[in-house]
Each structure stands twice: as structure tokens, then as C-alpha cells.
Design a protein around this ligand. Sequence first.
Ligand SMILES: Cc1cc2nc3c(=O)[nH]c(=O)nc-3n(C[C@H](O)[C@H](O)[C@H](O)COP(=O)(O)O)c2cc1C
Length: 161
Amino acid sequence: MKAIIVCTSVSHGNTKRIADVIGEVLDARVVEPGDIDAAQLADYDLVGFGSGIYLRSYHEDLRSFIEALPEERRSKAFVFATSGFPDKGIHRFSRPLVQLLEQKGFDVVAAFSSRAWDTYFPFKPFGGIRKGRPNADDLESARTFAEVLRGSVQDSLPGTG
Ligand SMILES: Cc1cc2nc3c(=O)[nH]c(=O)nc-3n(C[C@H](O)[C@H](O)[C@H](O)COP(=O)(O)O)c2cc1C
């Protein structure tokens, strides 16, 4: 299985730490959107997309990269994020990104999110919230997520059943 991870992590490197753990399990390179030519994505069986959450959305650099992709039949994909608050309720921040990826032709098979140090301005004077995260437990959860994902994608590839 060939996998790659496209990650934008600009605030504290929180998402990159998660990406590195997932990348280790999947034996996947972690690249920034500007470091990969969109056409190269066709070389992979699985593509991960991740960033921190900004005003309830994935980072604009990541979204613009995906928005610019032509619509065609594509590989499996997964999304991941770090954020101060959980990805739940009717305003799930992963939902619009999953829809965009599906529109571009990806089969989105999994989503992961972790709490992380958040210094958005209302919290900044107090040093932010969730300081110290992602912590060892969060990184372990990311590892478990990636192991399960690796198993399910490998099983679904042609010639592996
Ligand atoms: C300007 C700004 C806006 C943010 N908006 C949100 C938000 O809407 N929801 C949330 O849960 N976290 C929010 N956060 C927290 C970030 O998602 C969190 O710190 C994330 O881990 C940053 O990832 P990075 O270090 O990989 O860039 C915000 C942080 C900043 C600085």
C-alpha cells in the first residue's frame, strides 16, 4: 500500500506531530500542500489530509489545494485535525472537508481528530487552553487510528483478499 499525507501545521506544529505518528505507521511521507504536484496524488492508494482548525474550518492552504484538484476517480482518503474543541455536533468541522474530497473523487474512509494547545485570541492571555496536548495518550490514539486504517485499506486493495 502506498500512502502520502498532505498536512498544514502552522500554529504550534500540533498537527504535524499527529501526522508524523500516522505517517510512521503507514510508511507515508508527510508533505505540505505546496510541496506536491496535484497529479502525483494518483500514485497513491491512500491520501491523508490534515491541519489545525481555524474558525471551525481546516486551514485555508489545505482547502485551496483540494479545491484546485480536478474532479476524477481517485484513491481512498482520510482526514485528521487538531483543535481546541472536539469535532462533534451539527457543526462538525470535518464534514465540509469530507464532502469536498468526495466531490473531487476520493473515497473518504476515516477521520481522526485530537485536542491540542489552542492559543486563539480569547484564550491567549491565559496561555491558551489544552496546553501540553497532543500528549503521549493523544499520539497513542493517533497510532491506533493509523494501525486500524492500514489494516482496513490493505484488506480492500485488489489482490490482497
Ligand atoms: C486564529 C485561531 C483560530 C482557531 N479556531 C479554532 C476553532 O474554531 N475551533 C477549535 O477547536 N480550535 C481553534 N483553534 C485552535 C487550533 O485549531 C489548534 O491550536 C491547532 O492544534 C493548531 O494546529 P497547528 O499547530 O497544527 O497549526 C484556533 C487557533 C487559532 C490560532
